[in-house]
Design a protein around this ligand. Structure first.
Ligand code: ADP
Ligand code: MG
Length: 418
């Protein structure tokens, strides 16, 4: 037994040491890689270039909001424009600096300000100062540097949703307090309705210019993939069909280049693990299932316990009555499951609320239907493939055994008390 295990590892390591037949440069498929060439974004690059150009002379430019769904190239394009701009600025000796902050990852006002401070060489302790104090240090030092600071706030929508627009309010007014330096702000949002979240005063100073990034279509995604694949893979590893399929699947989603690149990377990893010489359509299909499975597993794993049990109830019912269930049935099964799991069930009203939340995050679909003179009810069904959610739920130790036991008590519940 021991030897067999050693053999397996030996083979795995040997294959690893031989190097990949598939990947020439794996890191080019990372999410944060910024390519030198960004096909189908020429006009956006030009618009952004025109907007930021005054900074080369140290002059502030109009504030700018960039919008578009995820994977439409906003971050990559903005980083690209900034890098070319900064190089040009250095050659010209322009009094300008740029700071790019991902607000979702950075997380707090304090840490965002600390990162702006570090761009202009001001040290701020990791915690401990009052926010106002950090702001004052930032303003004071910035003014003594006599420069134009470009502040790019990426994924600002996520940040404002969680923490409000206080930071934006302060930043958009900062020029009033500066005499020898200026700040120009660029906000990037994945949410097209971001403006609705802002105080009108913040909005009007933040969005003097707007640039919208449209989703890519399948042909455009294909061009993006082909360019990237040329550098990331060895020649002949990738069939034209596999690339086309990645592009088509991602275009059907919402024209998301990140999804297209993820499909390509995961498909190639599957091919590599199999020891295959090339990436096939089949690998892409399997990659799609893998990615979807991981996405759903993550969503379900992060649910609170009672929401998980609601999903489990809908799943079980869908095995019986191939399709939708009504709230009453779901509640009966939910209560029974709570008992099996040794938990106290919530009220039907609360469970209704949980069902609505699960609809919002896309795990369930609900539809209100009229029952004529018996009033109204909700029809509920899974918004994701049954098999996928089944696999994910079975991976949960507690649910796995309940799932096996279910046929014993389910039918009675449904016939009994609707
Ligand atoms: P967003 O910020 O809009 O969510 P990103 O800029 O992060 O999108 O793009 C997602 C991924 O797709 C990144 O890996 C990026 O390099 C790539 N990408 C997006 N648009 C292009 C393009 N036009 N050409 C090449 N790669 C692109
Ligand atoms: Mg982005």
């Amino acid at each position: 037994m021991k030897n067999r295990q050693a053999d397996v590892l030996d083979e795995v390591f040997q294959r690893f040491l031989q190097g990949s037949h598939i990947f020439q440069n794996r890191s080019l498929l990372r999410h944060d890689y910024v390519p030198d060439k960004l096909p189908h974004r020429e006009s956006e690059i030009r618009s952004l270039g025109e907007i930021v150009a005054p900074s080369l002379e140290g002059a502030p430019f109009s504030s700018l909001l960039i919008y578009g769904k995820t994977g439409t190239g906003k971050t990559a394009v903005m980083r690209y424009v900034l890098s070319v701009l900064s190089r040009k600025g250095e050659v010209l000796g322009s009094p300008m600096k740029a700071c790019f902050v991902n607000c979702r990852l950075t997380g707090t006002e304090y840490r965002i300000l600390a990162s702006l401070c570090s761009t202009i060489g001001v040290k701020v302790p990791f915690t401990g100062l009052a926010l106002g104090e950090v702001f004052d240090r930032f303003k004071g030092s910035l003014d003594s540097h006599k420069l134009l600071l470009i502040v790019v706030l990426d994924e600002i929508d996520e940040f404002v949703r969680k923490r409000g627009d206080f930071l934006l309010y302060e930043l958009t007014r900062i020029n009033e307090a500066l005499s020898d330096s200026k700040v120009s702000i660029i906000g990037i949002s994945n949410d097209l309705r971001f403006k609705e979240m802002l105080d009108p005063r913040v909005l009007s100073t933040l969005s003097e210019e707007e640039v919208v990034f449209k989703p890519y279509n399948a042909d455009e995604l294909r061009d993006i993939l082909v360019d990237r694949a040329e550098l990331a893979f060895y020649d002949g590893v990738l069939s034209d069909g596999a690339v086309r399929l990645c592009a088509a699947l991602a275009a059907a989603e919402h024209g998301d280049a990140r999804r297209a690149l993820d499909l390509l990377r995961v498909a190639a990893e599957l091919a590599e693990r199999e020891g295959a010489d090339s990436v096939s359509d089949e690998h892409v299909r399997n990659a799609e299932r893998r990615i979807e499975h991981d996405r759903i597993a993550e969503a379900v794993t992060n649910l609170p316990a009672h929401s998980k049990i609601v999903v489990l109830s809908v799943y079980m019912l869908s095995r019986l009555n191939s399709g939708h269930s009504v709230t009453g049935h779901i509640y009966n099964v939910y209560s029974e499951l709570c008992e099996e799991l040794g938990m106290v069930p919530l009220t039907q009203r609360r469970v209704s609320g949980l069902i609505n939340e699960l609809d919002v995050i896309g795990l369930l679909n609900t539809q209100v239907v009229s029952l004529g003179r018996y009033g109204r009810t909700k029809k509920i069904h899974l918004a994701i493939p049954r098999a996928l959610i089944g696999n994910v739920l079975c991976e949960d130790d507690r649910f796995g055994s309940v799932l096996k036991d279910a046929p014993r008590f389910l039918p009675g519940l449904i016939e009994g008390k609707a």
